[in-house]
Design a protein around this ligand. Structure first.
Ligand SMILES: [Zn+2]
Length: 217
């Protein structure tokens, strides 16, 4: 005959048995194990904080700081709404910086491919939209974007300053547009260079100087 035993309590949150030696907790009328109690209390605390932020008007210094960053804020904004506006503004800023970096990188890889000394993107002998697919594809991968940030930007070779002067351009306006390839510049052997070449070469096809020279023959 099996001895009659008091069944183990079961946690009504995770469904695991609670050993009779363990402490049984009651949370909002339900029996829960200690790990679940911890999680539920933490979630409850977070929810309370979040609800409080939705009800409370943001403090003036916090609003002023956000306005200084360029965030547009209506009067009476709540703490929660201000947090969302600042986060969205920062995300948009980071995104715009990524787009600029990636576009500069793609143009720089093309410049290198053409062995050209373009000072501005618009010096490239093909329409800008030719590269938009490559830019978009690189932007879609956080890993690729990180690898681009690892390359050296803001240098375009030793003649750059002189060429800017000759064309009456401020080199500050142009310098930042480029990654320079060379011993102290961006790395031609890097995986991101190979990825980018593979993306742009099919697009560049008919515009490539070597191809044009072949066709002229
Ligand atoms: Zn549990």
């Amino acid at each position: 005959m099996p001895t009659s035993r008091v069944p183990d309590e079961v946690c009504q949150q995770c469904g695991k048995a609670i050993s009779r030696r363990a402490h049984v907790n009651i949370f909002e009328g339900r029996v829960v194990c200690t790990p679940c109690l911890g999680k539920l209390s933490e979630a409850g605390r977070k929810k309370e904080v979040a609800e409080h932020a939705e009800r409370t008007t943001a403090e003036e210094p916090d609003i002023a700081r956000a306005r200084d960053q360029g965030v547009k804020i209506s009067p009476g904004v709540t703490v929660a709404e201000l947090g969302r506006l600042v986060a969205a503004h920062e995300a948009a800023g980071a995104r715009a910086r990524d787009v600029e970096y990636v576009r500069d990188w793609v143009y720089s890889v093309c410049r290198h491919t053409f062995c050209a000394d373009w000072l501005k993107h618009s010096d490239a002998p093909f329409p800008a939209k030719l590269l938009s697919k490559a830019v978009k594809s690189l932007l879609a991968s956080a890993e690729h974007v990180d690898q681009i940030y690892d390359q050296r930007r803001g240098d375009a070779g030793s003649n750059f300053e002189r060429e800017c002067e000759a064309r009456g351009l401020e080199d500050d306006d142009c310098w930042e547009n480029w990654f320079f390839f060379g011993p102290e510049g961006a790395d031609e052997g890097s995986p991101i260079y190979a990825v980018t070449r593979a993306l742009v070469e099919p697009q560049l096809g008919p515009h490539l100087p070597s191809r044009r020279a072949d066709e002229a023959r």
